[in-house]
Design a protein around this ligand. Structure first.
Ligand code: AMP
Ligand code: MN
Ligand code: MN
Ligand code: MN
Length: 278
């Protein structure tokens, strides 16, 4: 079966995306996307803004990208096909919103210790009604001329191992997988090659992920090498995992990607859409 045009990973202003949910939806229509999963970091607020009328034939898959902890590292788990009315999921997400706010204060303090001004309030305003994250700090730092680009802000201050990458007590991988399952969703390990892990370490993460009930893995997303793509396909096959793909779209300013843009998949075998559409 040929799959319709789809994107199963993207962000709105409800988290660190640049486009309001309705604007993102318009863009998806322009790009002829037929199936769209909105997967904001730790919130469902974007999805909640749509009515059936807005969708105009686009099939919306309620999703989320959960931040969780595994072996002192942070993993991102995409949940797809969620019941957005799940009280357990809602409680889980409001806890995460509080954690993120507490983290923002700590990030600001770390940046102060590196000689920057207190950016807490400005970053919070950037986040607007959405959940706050490091990209909001990066945007403020760029706007205030403290760094030459948002990427530079991550490189110097906010990225893995930098002072602004504040350690938090995120929920565990097991907890993240359980809340997705209990809300009727499937869990997908997001962008596996973007955690700066060796493949040996990554295999360990994937083993723990499937042991804890994880369902699938992203095998296609922007910025991956063909070699990574084939290694991930092989792992998915070996471990009988579902496969998923998405652009991880955040902003039209990110010229290297767009909605629906990621390396094409040759086969739809075990594709998560086969499961979600049935
Ligand atoms: P947070 O959710 O606050 O932990 O921030 C993670 C988000 O920051 C990711 O989803 C990306 O959107 C963004 N991000 C992470 N690393 C980088 C980087 N090196 N350069 C630009 N953006 C990044
Ligand atoms: Mn993001
Ligand atoms: Mn992610
Ligand atoms: Mn993402």
């Amino acid at each position: 079966m040929e799959l319709p045009k789809y994107d199963l990973h993207c962000h709105t202003t409800a988290s660190d995306g640049a486009l309001e949910p309705l604007v993102l939806l318009e863009r998806a229509k322009q790009k002829q996307i037929q199936i769209l999963a909105i997967t904001d970091h730790d919130t469902l607020a974007g999805i909640r803004q749509f009515t059936d009328q807005d969708l105009e034939g686009i099939q919306l898959i309620p999703g989320v990208e959960l931040t969780c902890a595994w072996n002192q590292r942070v993993l991102h788990i995409v949940g797809l096909g969620l019941n957005v009315d799940s009280e357990e999921l809602q409680g889980y997400l409001s806890n995460l919103a509080e954690l993120r706010l507490a983290r923002a204060r700590k990030v600001a303090d770390q940046l102060i210790s590196m000689g920057l001004p207190d950016l807490y309030q400005a970053a919070k305003e950037k986040g607007g009604d959405g959940v706050i994250g490091r990209p909001h700090f990066a945007q403020v730092m760029f706007e205030q001329g403290l760094v030459s680009s948002e990427q530079q802000a991550f490189k110097k201050y906010l990225g893995v191992g930098k002072k602004g990458d504040v350690k938090m007590e995120w929920p565990s991988l097991t907890e993240a997988l359980a809340v997705i399952k209990n809300a009727g969703g499937v869990s997908i390990l997001a962008h596996p090659t973007k955690y700066k892990m060796t493949f040996t370490k990554l295999r360990g993460a994937i083993n723990d992920f499937t042991d804890a009930g994880g369902d699938g893995i992203e095998v296609s997303y922007p910025g991956m090498t063909p070699d990574h793509h084939f290694q991930l396909l092989r792992i998915a096959k070996e471990k009988n995992m579902m496969i998923s793909a998405g652009s991880d779209f955040h902003s039209p300013n990110h010229t290297w990607t767009d909605l629906g843009k990621y390396p094409p998949l040759k086969s739809d075998e075990n594709h998560v859409l086969n499961y979600l559409l049935n």
